[in-house]
Design a protein. Structure first.
Length: 116
């Protein structure tokens, strides 16, 4: 599956953004999906994930209560709604598809910059 992330940009602290990740192919609904982020000079970290049906979601502690992951299998898209953004949320955000036990397909990343 090929993934294309979009929706990043510059936002002030306290603002909101919604990231989208469009998947190609007809098997999108069989993949669990995740969002990860990589801040400048730091390693890539898990942000959120959603099961193939959308029935289960998981979040990293720093984003719990502020970010919401969702998916539309009819549109082959997974979303990340980000509210109450903080400067420490600044990073390149990547979407990924999980087949089995590992994330094997990655999008190109979209930059989110939160100004203070």
């Amino acid at each position: 599956v090929q993934l294309q992330a979009s929706g990043g940009g510059l936002v002030q602290a306290g603002g909101s953004l919604r990231l989208s990740c469009l998947a190609s192919g007809r098997t999108f609904s069989s993949y669990a999906m995740g969002w990860f982020r990589q801040a400048p000079g730091k390693e890539r970290k898990f942000v959120a994930s959603i099961s193939s049906s959308g029935g289960n979601t998981y979040y990293a502690d720093p984003v719990k209560g502020r970010f919401t992951i969702s998916r539309d299998n009819a549109e082959n898209t997974v979303y990340l709604q980000m509210n109450s953004l903080k400067p420490e949320d600044t990073a390149v955000y990547y979407c990924a598809a999980k087949a089995g036990t590992s994330y094997g397909s990655w999008g190109q990343g979209t930059l989110v910059t939160v100004s203070s």
